[in-house]
Every structure is written in C-alpha cells, then in structure tokens.
Design a protein around this ligand. Structure first.
Ligand code: V1P
Ligand code: CA
Ligand code: ZN
Length: 400
C-alpha cells in the first residue's frame, strides 16, 4: 500500500444518524436500508470509529430541502403516507404499471411509513458533512447513508426522493469556487448532472453502465457533455463514461485515473464530492460490472491521495448497492482508506470483534472474489480508447 501519508492534524468525520436505519421500502424492494446497519457494524467491529469524529446530524427542515426542491413536491413528500396516498391519487391504485405522473412515485419510489423523516435524515447528514468541510473541522467527511443521485427538483426517481448530493454541493458553493462531482455508482448520476447542467462551478463526471433501451435511467452517453449553446457556461463541464457489462478492476482503474487525472489538472477543483454507489461491484443484484472491493476502493484512494496532496476537502457519499454484505464490505474498506488504515485492517479481525473466531474459521474476508461474474468484460480496447480520446478533446475547451 503506497498511499500518501496523512499530515498531522488530518481529520476524518463520519456523519450518520442511526434514525435512518429503521425505515423500510418494502419486502420485494431491492433497496435494503439495513445495509446501512451492516456497514456501521463492520466499521465499528473494526474499531474504525476511533479514527474519526462522529456526528449524528439533525434532520433537514422543509425549508432546508427547498434550497433545491420545488415547494409543492416537498409538501407532497411531507404529507404522503401509504394510507392517504391512494385517497389523494386514486390512479396509483391501478393493479398494473400506473403512470409515474404523481411526483415520480411508484414501484421504484414507494410511499412508505416515515418516508419524509428518512429523507430528512440522510440529507441532513450530507449537508452537515459539507458544513464541517467548509469550516475546516474536517478534511474528509463520510456519509454512507447519502448519495441518492437520481432525485429531481420536483420528482422522485430510482429509489431517490431528496437529492442530498445537490443540497450538499449547494452548501459547498457558498465557499468553494469549483466543485468536482464524481459518481462511481453503476447508474448514471442524472439528478446531479441535471441540477448543475448550466454552470461551470460544478463539474460532473459519472461512470456507468449505459444502454439507452434497457438499463436505468437510460441517459449519459459519451457525447452528453453539457449544454450545446456556445455562451452557456456549463458547456463541456459534464463528462459521461458509458460502459458495457463486465468491466474489470484494471480497465476501470485505468479509465478512472486517466479521466479524473485529466479533469483535476484542467479544472483544478477546490473540493471533490465522490458518490460511491456499491452497485458497481461484481455480484450486485442490480449491477453488471466485475469490480472487486479493492477495485472500487481504488477510486476512493485516488481521491483521498489527491485531496491530501493538494490540501482540498473531500466529501464521500454512499449510493446504490444491492448485495448488502458486499456494500458493507466496500464501505468499511473505503472508510479504512479515508482514515489511512487500509493496510492495517486488510486481514486482521480486531481482538474484540463479535464472533471473531467464527468469522476466522469460515475464512470470512473483506475481499471475496467478485470478478468474473455473469458476463465477460464486454468493454473492448477500442471502446476504452474512444472514451479517453473524447474526454481529452473535450477538456481542451476548458481554460486551465
Ligand atoms: O428499471 C427501472 C424502471 C422501472 N421500469 C419501468 C424502468 N428501475 C430500476 C431503478 C434502479 C435504481 C438505481 C438507484 C441507484 O442508482 C441509486 C440509489 O442505485 C429498477 C430495477 C433495475 N433492475 O434496474 N427498479 C427495480 N429494479 C425494482 C425491482 C423490484 C422492486 C422495485 C424496483
Ligand atoms: Ca455513476
Ligand atoms: Zn445505482
């Protein structure tokens, strides 16, 4: 492990309100909120909480949320319950495929008990994390309960209701001239991209599986780089890295290092926001890549190294991830990277870890082999070269 040494006084903060853990999307829904409990247990099982400042941030208010979202949508979310929703909108009671015309609510984004509180808690943690970075009380701030990148101004989408990322970035923009947003969730970060489409103060980069016809949300092709109008400041300030099934650690790291290396050199961000959706791992229930925990963690290592080297703050968020045991492994490993202890927890189970001997006997590891799953790597050399060529041409238009 050749990570950059952490300077004296380097601080990591962990923002987690345990109240988020009690909500439930429904038995058949792939978004399992208990993956957050599992993540927390693993982080604490490895005693990593002793290496961070811990915060249990308050819920956001409706007014806080209205900094990005439409007021009528926030009002709707704050009153909707499983009971009253069908009375208010009878069309939602249709047995098959109701239209998602009602604020995006439906199978993907169900109305469950306590929905608005759940949203206010995970978003409160992201905004709190942003504030700790601004005040200089933290160098790297983590919120594994956030990263819900699909939520739109006036509509829920893809398991996301309130866009905590947009709210956190808006907070950062009070103090930071240039925010770099990086999204390694297997899905396209469309909600964040859309929110900052027309500004040059936020540069959005998303790596994702792209298939317009069959893979959610169907947006984010290589040539979608910002507004077309030559006078629009957002022009060329979006990068989309569309990928095919089965990408490996090696190809992903090469693309990540090349693209993010080039963007950081030309754009010179003053802060980085990294969405770490763990559905880009192999064996994910909804994903289709072949990444291992260490391959995924490489992106976090790259960002912590860059931010440490140039003394820039880093906001690290969760996101998707539908095979809970691997989500917890990835985010625990990435927490260890943030606190500079990745090489220490590699194979050692802490002395006082619950069920330590049982884990050891089972050969339990943070790093199971998740590669070579379902499909081969369908990303060719030519695909990868085309992406790199397009990105470097695009970046020529960004003034250094
Ligand atoms: O594919 C769709 C929509 C629903 N169809 C009509 C098209 N939705 C996906 C949504 C994936 C959301 C990912 C969120 C994130 O990026 C950030 C938290 O990870 C979907 C899928 C799927 N296989 O893509 N919804 C569901 N599966 C689903 C399955 C069972 C119950 C409810 C939803
Ligand atoms: Ca992504
Ligand atoms: Zn996702």
């Amino acid at each position: 492990n050749n990570a950059i040494d952490k300077p004296k006084g380097y601080r990591v903060s962990w923002h987690h309100n345990p109240a988020v853990e009690k909500y439930h999307f429904g038995q058949l829904h792939p978004m399992k909120v208990w993956r957050l409990t599992l993540t927390k247990s693993l982080i604490m099982g490895y005693n990593m909480h002793h290496g961070m400042d811990l915060y249990s941030p308050p819920a956001l208010t409706k007014e806080d949320i209205a900094a990005f979202h439409k007021e009528d949508y926030v009002d709707f979310l704050s009153v909707a319950t499983p009971k009253n929703i069908v009375e208010m909108y009878p069309e939602l009671a249709q047995p098959t495929g109701y239209s998602s015309s009602v604020y995006g609510v439906g199978d993907d984004c169900p109305i469950f008990d306590g929905l608005f509180e759940y949203c206010s808690y995970y978003s409160g943690a992201s905004v709190d994390a942003a504030r700790k970075l601004i005040s200089g009380q933290s160098d790297v701030a983590l919120n594994w309960t956030g990263g819900l990148h699909h939520a739109k101004k006036g509509e829920a989408s893809g398991f996301c209701y309130i866009n905590d990322i947009v709210l956190a970035i808006l907070e950062l923009l009070y103090h930071h001239p240039r925010v770099l947003y990086i999204d390694i969730d297997v899905h396209h970060g469309d909600g964040v991209e859309q929110a900052f489409w027309s500004t040059d103060r936020v540069f959005c980069v998303s790596f994702h599986k792209y298939d317009r016809e069959v893979f959610f949300p169907g947006t984010g092709p290589l040539d979608s780089t910002g507004p077309m109008h030559p006078e629009n400041p957002g022009r060329n300030h979006t990068i989309n890295v569309p990928l095919n099934d089965g990408i490996t650690d090696q190809d992903y790291a090469f693309l990540f290092d090349t693209v993010i290396g080039a963007v950081t050199r030309t754009y010179d961000p003053s802060v980085i926001v990294l969405q770490c959706g763990a559905d880009s791992l192999g064996h994910d229930r909804l994903g289709c890549f072949n990444l291992n925990i260490k391959g995924h963690g490489h992106c976090v290592q790259f960002c912590t190294d860059y931010c440490t080297k140039y003394k820039k703050p880093l906001l690290v968020l969760g996101g998707g991830g539908y095979t809970p045991r691997n989500v917890a492994r990835a985010w625990a490993h990435e927490t260890s990277i943030a606190i500079g202890a990745a090489d220490k927890i590699d194979s050692i189970l802490p002395e006082d870890m619950p069920h330590r001997e049982a884990f050891r006997k089972e050969g339990m590891t943070l790093f199971p082999n998740l590669g070579g799953w379902k499909t081969q790597n369908l990303n060719t050399r030519a695909d990868i070269e085309r992406i790199i060529r397009s990105v470097s041409e695009q970046l020529r238009y960004i003034r250094g």
